[in-house]
Design a protein around this ligand. Structure first.
Ligand SMILES: [Zn+2]
Length: 349
């Protein structure tokens, strides 16, 4: 049996739209709402929210087979305002594993609690080479030495407060998105690429008039980057959880941007051998280009569910993402491979 065709233009277009919606963990509601709206066109799906704000789309089937679930996350790295400095600039507290050198000079939006959006950029406090010379290079890139310069007239704490900015307001780093020659270069491909894969797989099946063999719960997580996204919201009668999240590309890794990867082990432990075996067999049966790999500094929402007591088989697949948690990049070949793998899994018994 062959898999339904993937509309690649749709896949990339949906991904671009999702990447352009700021959604740091804890502030991911606009991205959840966007996915919800997109999925609401499919009458096959029953949409609901968990109390934590995750989106669950249930595709109910008459089947002897137990329900299964897939998860991917729309939340990303980001920050909140930690302090308003005497010079009117902001100190930040980071959300998730942001490292300062990866965002130095990046543009940001500050979402003030009064509803205003204020533009700014991340700089080291010794940013001017003409003033600081060598000290600019030597200053540590850490919470105390990095600041946000606002594109608004302020030189004092009072003036910044008058803009409506309060401690705890959300700060989102620009994705700096470009699509060239099949490459998608952007921050936050982790894990919006995989949300696009799931949505694209649903569209391909629906457009082809096909349905999953099991009842499926698609769980769109909103707190993965802080470690507990899918720890709730997966029903207890689910037998398997396929986590769809980025694969690690770089020195010493087997993964690349043109394949999907099955992760065997990461820092959170080892995935389920039996489910892994089935996923490999499906990839081989459908000619899906894939690698297997091991990730060093990585944990997934599948493991979050396991640690929360989830009694299911868990596996992890995803497209290769270069320079992850930094200025990321992937390729449509990896996205297509992952989407095909999702469909092969949904159509299998
Ligand atoms: Zn991720």
């Amino acid at each position: 049996m062959s898999l339904p065709a993937i509309n690649q233009e749709y896949l990339v277009d949906f991904l671009v739209k999702l990447l352009n919606i700021p959604s740091p963990a804890g502030f991911a509601e606009p991205a959840i709402a966007f996915v919800e709206k997109e999925l609401s066109q499919y009458k096959q799906l029953q949409l609901s929210r968990t109390r934590k704000g995750a989106l669950v789309a249930k595709w109910e089937m008459e089947s002897e087979l137990p329900p299964i679930a897939l998860t991917a996350h729309v939340d990303t790295l980001g920050a909140v305002v930690k302090e308003i400095k005497k010079n009117g600039r902001l100190k930040l507290s980071r959300i998730g594993g942001v490292e300062w050198p990866t965002v130095e000079t990046e543009g940001v939006w500050i979402f003030a609690s009064n509803g205003e959006k204020i533009r700014g950029s991340v700089l080291v406090e010794t940013a001017s080479g003409h003033i600081y010379g060598q000290a600019m290079k030597d200053t540590p890139r850490d919470d105390d030495h990095m600041e946000v310069r606002l594109d608004a007239r302020t030189l004092s704490k009072e003036e910044t407060r008058a803009l409506g900015i309060k401690i705890g307001d959300c700060v989102a780093f620009d994705p700096r998105l470009e699509v060239t020659n099949g490459f998608v270069r952007s921050r936050h491909l982790d894990d919006k690429a995989c949300v696009a894969n799931i949505v694209s797989a649903i569209k391909s099946l629906a457009d082809a008039g096909q349905s999953p063999t099991h009842t499926v719960y698609f769980h769109i997580s909103n707190y993965e980057e802080v470690g507990h996204g899918a720890s709730a919201g997966i029903p207890s009668d689910v037998a398997e959880l396929l986590t769809v999240d980025m694969a690690v590309v770089g020195k010493g890794q087997e993964s690349d941007e043109f394949n999907a990867t099955l992760c065997i082990k990461d820092a959170g432990g080892v995935y389920h051998e039996g489910l892994n075996r089935r996923l490999r067999a499906l990839a081989e049966q459908h000619g899906i280009p894939y690698k297997t790999d091991v990730y060093r500094y990585y944990a997934s929402d599948g493991e979050a569910f396991w640690r929360a007591g989830g009694d299911v088989a868990v596996a992890l697949i995803g497209p290769g993402i270069d320079a992850s948690h930094n200025y990321e990049r992937t390729h449509t070949d990896g996205l297509v491979a992952t989407t095909n793998w999702i469909m092969a899994y949904l159509l299998s018994d």
